[in-house]
Design a protein around this ligand. Structure first.
Ligand SMILES: Cc1cc2nc3c(=O)[nH]c(=O)nc-3n(C[C@H](O)[C@H](O)[C@H](O)COP(=O)(O)OP(=O)(O)OC[C@H]3O[C@@H](n4cnc5c(N)ncnc54)[C@H](O)[C@@H]3O)c2cc1C
Length: 342
């Protein structure tokens, strides 16, 4: 290990908390690395990227996909090191105090402090448990809806009973030529008002589940559904199939490395410190009294965690970064922006 391989702070997780921490740690002139288990930044926001977000301070309502773009751009402002497709599994400490992060695939990362921002873990979509399903993922079997217009005038079948399935059914009710929702339970796990709206607008079949996909190997033409209380099977003509069966979350062993947990979340104090010196936490994986489990809360935790990491490394450092409006770090960047605007 060479000195240049050691980072001041390593952020684990590239959701809103991790991305904002990467930006803010740059403002504190720290040498920053961010390790993300998936191939991209954005975290849980990708699961509702088609939704409009209203409650991030100062931003106009926008599609979540747009917010991801802006957060990614901001996270890169001070050019931190980004590492993708590595899930950090454990940490340990060398005699000289350097913390070693080990990933599931055996890579080692050296750092003087850590911010754990792993949210709900590495989320994977729950796929349809039917052999041929994979063949249709590139054509008309969808696990998420990126572009509602794609479904305009089409016969759409939605499988699922949560908020997302119900929301998509409502969104598509006006655009698609027909929408059928199948759900294996009699009741839905979604907002009551939305469920009753959905029932008045689309064809709802319960307790039913998909038993087969029938197509030519390139596109699904029919979906077989079975009613589990009567055993009756039906085939429905479809153009597009949306499966919304939720997510499985793969939570790493990190929490088990001596960190104090509260109801499965990492305990932190008002300074975002965990019980392990040098290890800080932010975002949805963290908990304390009054913790706000929103994007705005993730940003706030990130600032506190970075400031605490900075002071852990340099006890005489200021308690927070100099405000951006008067911060010399932005002088050149502001000039470049002004130049672009003229
Ligand atoms: C359906 C839904 C709708 C929501 N709508 C809103 C809304 O409108 N407004 C709002 O403010 N909030 C909303 N939220 C809440 C918001 O999404 C969360 O508060 C926010 O995503 C938390 O960010 P985070 O960075 O803590 O975690 P996450 O977004 O979960 O990101 C964590 C990241 O860490 C990565 N990771 C996990 N474990 C590891 C590991 N061991 N090694 C490396 N990487 C790892 C994951 O892959 C992921 O990228 C919503 C939540 C849900 C479920």
């Amino acid at each position: 290990m060479h000195d240049q391989d050691i980072f001041d702070v390593t952020i684990i997780g590239g959701g809103p908390a991790g991305m904002y921490a990467a930006f803010y740690a740059g403002m504190r002139e720290m040498k920053v690395k961010l390790i993300e288990g998936k191939h991209q930044l954005g975290g849980f926001l990708h699961t509702y990227s088609d939704k409009t977000i209203w409650d991030v301070g100062g931003l106009p309502p926008m599609k979540c996909a747009k917010l991801i773009d802006w957060l990614v751009q901001q996270a890169g402002t001070f050019e931190p090191g980004f590492v993708f497709n590595q899930t950090v599994d454990t940490f340990s400490r060398l005699n000289n105090g350097v913390i070693v992060l080990q990933t599931e695939t055996g890579e080692l990362h050296y750092t003087r402090s850590v911010i754990i921002a792993i949210g709900r873990g590495v989320a994977e979509v729950q796929k349809l448990d039917i052999n041929t399903a994979h063949d249709y993922e590139r054509s008309n079997l969808h696990y998420t809806v990126q572009n509602l217009e794609r479904f305009a005038g089409k016969k759409v079948l939605i499988s699922g009973g949560g908020n997302s399935a119900v929301d998509w059914a409502l969104e598509l009710a006006e655009r698609a030529s027909s929408v059928t929702v199948v759900h294996r339970q009699d009741s839905f796990r979604a907002m009551e008002y939305n469920v009753s709206q959905m029932k008045s607008k689309v064809d709802v079949r319960v307790p039913c589940h998909i038993e087969g996909l029938y197509g030519n190997g390139e596109r699904i033409h029919q979906v077989g559904i079975v009613n589990s209380s009567t055993g009756e099977t039906t085939r429905l003509e479809v153009d597009e199939v949306i499966v919304s069966h939720g997510y499985t979350s793969h939570v790493s062993n990190l929490a088990g490395c001596g960190l104090e947990l509260h109801e499965g979340m990492i305990g932190m104090n008002q300074l975002a410190e965990t019980n392990v010196p040098g290890i800080f936490t932010a975002g949805d994986c963290a908990t304390r009294e009054g913790k706000v489990r929103l994007i705005a809360g993730a940003f706030n935790d990130a600032v506190v965690a970075v400031n605490s990491a900075k002071m852990y490394l340099e006890p005489s450092a200021a308690g927070m970064a100099y405000v951006s409006s008067h911060n010399e770090l932005f002088r050149e960047k502001n000039r470049a922006l002004e130049h672009e605007q003229t």
